[in-house]
Design a protein around this ligand. Structure first.
Ligand code: C2O
Ligand code: CU
Length: 480
């Protein structure tokens, strides 16, 4: 990986220097450790998220009101954009719960068209999954719906509409969810949610680009926004102190954009992703995060006090034309404050016991992700069948399935399954539970799923939302 050219581990050299000084008998500045100091004052102010009011005094219930509505937001300086929002902000309110807590959401739709909320990655009862026409009726303009479910799994999740979703998500409808595990060690650092998205605004104005921007090529490529956002902000600044760790929970809520997550000069420690911790932590220079997917990482600031480093979007290969001639773009400035460096914590390697799913006797299925360009149209699907003429895949409670996801098309597709976590059958990967996985161009990925409970109709689809709407979506019927 040559993308990031600056030398890493300067903090290591710095620390070696400190030990040298200590060894020489000078002791005027005893080194503090990361756990002994706080984050810099106002470290995450520019990334602040809207926190909803919990109207229920019971500590085991998080009960909130949530309204979908239009709101004028200044994404581009000097121009107002009529965003589609949850609660008037982009992203929507940050739902934070403890594992085992009940979440109740009184949802009201004040948008000019029907909508719904899907709780991406949360193992909710089928009737709470938020898919209009499948698990509930659409919530009409002026209508209401009460969502209630238990936060069963610790991890990083998000919510978004599941109707006209390429447009609605593209216009700003998404919000983060973190389900905390109180047993997580403090060495992971202070939590920071980073919602990565983009929004398609016309040049020199605040207006949205037309829904059909790019025509059929827009459907085929997936529409990436023109303005990059981190927690709804253009190029915010995050303050860090050298050595003082932060736990970044990164969520890709963009309708089509892929991200390569990496910070020049730094190594990241990945703890896990979609469903909380992986079996082991891993040091990585960078990694790809596809639409819908989450990453849970420890960021150890290793710049010198006073320096600023840019966290950038870098062109990320997802098929035809996705990297050609495209510049890097700044997303967030990381400014190291002047306070002296502290000694970072050691991050545990073994994180969680993850039993491999036993695939002996599993039901095998192949899902080929297809694009049909005949008839001057773009029709996508699984095994050549678009979602409007699907045949459901059937499964029974108690069964284990192995699905082989194949992709011979010229674009990569981020595959997402509702309702169940799966394991990727690939010995080179650290075991973890996932609900969204990239299927690169000309590749096949095998996943194992155990249908342990919660019968019902569940969706699976490409999370490039333009692709899902062009047909790449299907249904799984889990029978009791
Ligand atoms: Cu975020 Cu149907 O998905
Ligand atoms: Cu796709």
């Amino acid at each position: 990986m040559t993308r990031f050219a600056r030398p890493a581990h300067r903090l290591g050299a710095l620390l070696a220097g400190v030990f040298l000084i200590a060894a020489c008998g000078r002791n005027d500045d005893p080194q503090l450790t990361a756990l002994e100091v706080d984050q810099p004052d106002g470290w995450d102010d520019e990334l602040a998220l809207n926190i909803p009011v919990d109207i229920n005094p019971d500590p085991n219930i998080l009960e909130i009101e949530l309204e979908a509505k239009l709101a004028e937001i200044e994404f581009r300086e000097g121009f107002r954009t009529p965003a589609w929002t949850y609660g008037g902000t982009v992203p929507g309110p940050f739902i934070r719960a403890k594992v085992g807590e009940t979440i109740i959401v009184h949802f009201r739709n004040s948008l000019p068209e029907p909508t719904s909320i899907h709780w991406h990655g949360m193992r909710v009862p089928n009737e709470m999954d938020g898919v209009p026409g499948v698990t509930q009726d659409p919530v009409p303009s002026g209508g209401e719906f009460r969502y209630e479910f238990v936060a069963r799994d610790a991890g990083t999740f998000w919510y978004h509409p599941h109707i006209n979703s390429a447009a609605q998500v593209g216009w700003g409808m998404y919000g983060p969810i973190v389900v905390e595990d109180p047993d997580d060690p403090p060495e992971f650092g202070d939590d920071l949610v980073l919602v990565l998205s983009d929004i398609g605004i016309a040049e020199g104005s605040g207006d949205f680009l037309p829904v059909d921007t790019g025509g059929l090529f827009g459907d085929l490529f997936g529409r990436e926004g023109t303005v990059l956002l981190v927690n709804g902000k253009v190029r915010p600044t995050l303050k860090v102190r050298a050595g003082k760790q932060q736990r970044w929970r990164i969520i890709n809520t963009a309708r089509a954009r892929y991200y390569t997550i990496g910070v020049p000069g730094h190594t990241l420690v990945r703890l896990g992703g979609d469903n909380g911790l992986a079996a082991r932590s891993a040091e990585l220079p960078n990694f790809v995060l596809v639409p819908g997917e989450r990453a849970d990482i420890v960021f150890t600031p290793s710049d010198e006090p006073g320096e600023t480093t840019m966290f950038r979007w870098v062109p990320t290969e997802r098929g035809f034309g996705s990297v050609f001639n495209r510049p890097r773009e700044d997303m967030m400035a990381i400014r190291t404050v002047d306070d002296p460096p502290v000694i970072p914590s050691a991050i545990p390697v073994e994180l969680r016991e993850i039993e491999p799913i036993d695939i002996e006797g599993a039901v095998e299925r192949t899902l080929d992700m297809t694009i049909d360009l005949s008839n001057n149209d773009v029709v996508m699907g699984f095994n050549g069948i678009p979602h409007w003429s699907f045949e459901p895949i059937e499964a029974r409670i108690g069964e284990t399935h192995v699905w082989t996801l194949t992709n011979e098309t010229i674009f990569a597709h981020p595959f997402h399954l509702h309702g169940y976590f799966f394991q990727v059958l690939d010995d080179t990967r650290i075991p973890e539970w996932k609900d969204t996985i990239d299927i690169p161009v000309e590749s096949a990925v095998r996943i194992a799923i155990r249908f342990d409970d919660r019968p019902g109709a569940w969706m699976y689809h490409c999370h490039i939302l333009d692709h899902a709407e062009a047909g790449m979506m299907g249904q799984l019927h889990v029978l009791p």
